[in-house]
Write a protein that binds this ligand. Structure first.
Ligand code: NOJ
Length: 518
């Protein structure tokens, strides 16, 4: 049997608003993405995941969907989507689209019907409840992820649940009509030819039907985290993905589902993935792990034990960019590249976030330019996610850095011009060239045949080393070079200068990964 494409696919996340703007309005769009496909092909990724590009009031930058089967005019139209899909396929790239089943936008036709008529069938597709006391208090104390009450009162006196912004009312998955509608939406995009779906907040959908209060937060504890136990990871959600999987299994060539299962209990994440459920779930545990060899070793051990193979995520449009998490600037870039190279060597599917191939740092977005509802709803107590969503710098000499001919919707990061694609292309020591080399060697090794089995090699405390068939990857987290004995090894790649092999002794530079054939 042919190995399924998604098992080792390198998937590149395009945050549509910030990738490339073709019409000068300062916001990225589908035509812009189409014009930049060659960048993705030469980078060596296998698939592109597009964040939501559907009609939306943009209360959460597209994760508030008003119509699941159309394109937001800011981003283009359906013919533009079809052109992008066809061209991506011609260039050998698969396309994954985002599906947002936990909530719609408050501008969705269903929600408008639900508000207009409390007796309409649409009302029971959402979570409406009476308030407490005289009705003026929310039904319970649940807190929205973005801060504040998870309930908003409507003019007829009832309250509706929204785990995120009030413009994102939660759907009621106990209502069969909701299931049928999402099967229809999936079919709509499958029939157009998409290769898969990334499922937003895949671990939610069902809420505790008792709707009882969450316990009081402990001192210093985030009230939103206390609500989690009532609204995340209920057993019922797994049956939804069994239905979706059965639908996808009827399509050829094969399509895939990857769930944003935002949990940190690895065995619980693993429940979502099977031949009857999701093909993949994001594993965010590496993203939460610091630059520390014992911590990384423990995280990787657990991931490798529960997923065969799984996913690797260091950054995305919700997280502080990993270059910044690892110390920022050239130090953060060097460490980030080293960890990426280690993950690329392991079985599984790496998910790259746009700009990580350039080594971008988190941008410092001035408060008056911030747009994230998380920042706005918490009056700035949460810094928000704008800093990882600033536009991609393509051309250091162009106004708008080749992203736009207009005013970009978010300012560029401080390092943008210096790290622009054009500059990195002329510098063989750039992060971009390192990514290209690593992904091309990885592809060649996979084509030769790399097993999913991987053995951890015992080396030094600051060092992580894994053998996978002929490939050995060694990460040195120390601030000095280390030497590792590996008879017969041949150097394939290194993420920093100074790597060497002599008489079976491998020198791994400080904060670097080397790949060897052994
Ligand atoms: C997860 C998405 O990645 C994030 O950007 C969004 O705000 C929430 N889900 C709500 O849809």
């Amino acid at each position: 049997m042919m190995r399924e494409w998604w098992r080792d696919a390198v998937v590149y996340e395009v945050y549509v608003r910030s990738f490339a703007d073709s019409d000068g309005d300062g916001v990225g769009d589908l035509e812009g993405i189409r014009s930049r496909l060659p960048h993705l092909v030469s980078l060596g990724v296998d698939a592109v995941w597009l964040t939501p590009f559907y009609p939306s009031p943009m209360a959460d930058h597209g994760y508030d969907v008003a119509d699941y089967c159309d394109v937001e005019p800011l981003f283009g139209d359906l013919p533009a989507f079809d052109r992008l899909l066809a061209e991506a396929h011609e260039q050998g790239l698969r396309v994954i689209v985002d599906v947002v089943p936990n909530h719609t936008s408050s501008a969705h036709e269903w929600f408008r019907e639900a508000l207009a008529d409390p007796t309409s069938p649409a009302r029971s597709r959402y979570v409406f409840r009476d308030g407490r006391g005289d009705g003026s208090l929310p039904p319970n104390n649940w807190q929205s992820v973005f801060g504040g009450d998870a309930w908003t009162r409507v003019p007829d006196g009832q309250w509706y649940l929204h785990m995120f912004d009030e413009g994102q009312p939660d759907l009621d998955w106990d209502n069969r009509e909701v299931h049928e509608e999402f099967l229809r939406i999936l079919r709509f995009w499958l029939d157009r030819g998409v290769d898969g779906f990334r499922i937003d907040v895949a671990h939610s959908l069902y809420k505790n039907p008792a709707m009882d209060d969450a316990r009081d937060p402990l001192p210093g504890e985030d009230p939103g985290d206390v609500t989690s136990a009532h609204v995340w990871d209920r057993e019922e959600v797994l049956a939804v993905y069994e239905e979706w999987r059965a639908l996808l299994d009827g399509y050829t060539p094969d399509r895939m589902l990857v769930g944003e299962v935002f949990l940190f209990d690895v065995p619980r994440i693993a429940r979502y993935v099977s031949d009857e459920r999701l093909h993949q779930a994001f594993n965010f545990t590496v993203m939460r792990t610091e630059w520390d060899a014992p911590a990384l070793r423990t995280t990787l051990r657990e991931a490798l034990a529960h997923f065969s193979p799984g996913t690797w995520v260091l950054s995305n449009h919700d997280l502080v960019r990993h270059v910044t998490r690892y110390g920022g600037g050239s130090l953060g870039r060097r460490r980030g590249l080293a960890v990426s190279a280690l993950l690329f060597a392991l079985p599984g599917s790496p998910y790259l976030y746009q700009g990580e191939e350039l080594g971008l740092d988190e941008a410092q977005v001035p408060r008056d330019r911030k747009q994230d509802p998380w920042f706005l709803r918490t009056a700035g107590a949460n810094p928000g996610r704008d800093g990882c969503r600033t536009p991609i710098p393509w051309d250091s000499a162009a106004p708008g850095l080749g992203f736009t001919t207009g005013e970009p919707w978010l300012p560029f990061g401080e390092d943008a011009a210096a790290l622009a694609v054009d500059r990195q292309l002329t510098d063989s020591a750039s992060t971009l060239h390192a990514y290209r080399r690593l992904l091309s060697v990885r592809r060649a090794l996979l084509d030769e045949g790399l097993p999913d089995e991987v053995a951890e090699l015992a080396t030094a405390p600051d060092v992580l080393a894994y053998r996978r068939g002929p490939l050995v990857a060694v990460l040195n987290t120390a601030a000095e070079p280390v030497q590792v004995e590996l008879p017969g090894a041949v150097l394939l790649e290194a993420t920093a200068e100074g790597a060497a092999v002599a008489a079976g002794i491998v020198t791994v530079p400080a904060a670097a990964t080397v790949w060897l054939r052994a």
